[in-house]
Unconditional design. Structure first.
Length: 284
């Protein structure tokens, strides 16, 4: 009863601002599926393959709206009636299995001409096609549909390195670095995929959390009407917090809820929740 009461309290100010639109790309990730066997080992070695099965198709608008309403930029935390919630690097590591230790990539602002050259060099796109793509996207971006097409064509021609880059760019654009457009991804992320032997050394979990914090800062502004970033990370972490808000952490309820609603892998959820509960000092 206490959980329901506190959860209901989160919705008290929903009418105070415009409806919040969510940018979730779970369906795009699932429609593309797992990488072809030839590059599957490469994708897994980079450490991003866990994102393939960890994406919700549709975000819980009411839940996320309620949490966004209580996001404080000054402390980078949610101030709730049941306490203060901070999404930590440990949460990212436990839920997404992303590395939080490693190099940090500085994604510098990218000029359109540089974006065109990167598409030519790294995805084997013709200069004319690359310029047309950036012109259609009105900047250094490429449509997610176009990236899927490039991936399929490079697989057909046996250009496996370019195929792996296209697959990973699509995955990053649909998960960690989802943006307001809901249709494209910034070409700058290709820079981190230039040398795939180095890509696994990056702390992707740190980049994911920083991007999520930036999106929450933007969404929490009264005039904002959209929430971007990796919705799955925010939604599952908040759901876990609600499940554990009572004096006795209900591991079975939280496990059952996530399995049934989000359709995650059973073994993975058990391990993730146990790691998360230990990290937060809970017992299950």
């Amino acid at each position: 009863m206490m959980i329901l009461t506190n959860f209901a309290f989160l919705y008290t100010s929903i009418q105070e601002r415009p409806e919040l639109k969510l940018s979730s790309h779970g369906r795009k990730v699932h429609s593309l599926g797992r990488p072809v066997p030839t590059i599957e080992g490469l994708v897994a070695g980079i450490g991003l393959s866990s994102l393939i099965a960890c994406s919700v198709d549709t975000g819980d608008q009411g839940l996320l709206f309620a949490f966004v309403e209580r996001w404080h930029q000054e402390t980078s935390s949610f101030h709730l009636p049941v306490g203060e919630l901070i999404i930590t690097l440990d949460d990212v590591s436990s839920l997404l299995h992303l590395s939080v230790i490693g190099d940090l990539h500085a994604f510098e602002p990218l000029h359109v001409d540089d974006a065109v050259q990167m598409l030519v060099d790294l995805l084997m796109v013709s200069p004319e096609s690359a310029r047309a793509e950036t012109a259609q996207c009105c900047g250094p971006y490429v449509r997610l549909q176009r990236v899927r097409d490039i991936y399929e064509r490079r697989c057909q021609t046996g250009h496996w390195t370019a195929a792996a880059r296209a697959y990973l760019l699509h995955l990053l654009g649909c998960t960690l670095f989802a943006n307001k457009s809901a249709t494209n991804v910034h070409v700058v992320y290709l820079e981190a995929l230039r040398d795939l032997s180095m890509t696994e050394m990056y702390a992707w979990g740190v980049a994911a959390l920083v991007h999520m914090y930036d999106q929450l800062n933007d969404a929490s502004m009264s005039h904002s009407q959209q929430l971007d970033g990796y919705i799955t990370l925010l939604q599952v972490t908040n759901m876990f917090f609600i499940c554990s808000a009572s004096t006795m952490f209900n591991f079975k309820f939280c496990y059952t809820f996530i399995i049934n609603v989000y359709n995650f892998d059973v073994t993975s959820v058990v391990l993730d929740l146990r790691a998360l509960s230990v990290g937060r000092g809970l017992h299950c």
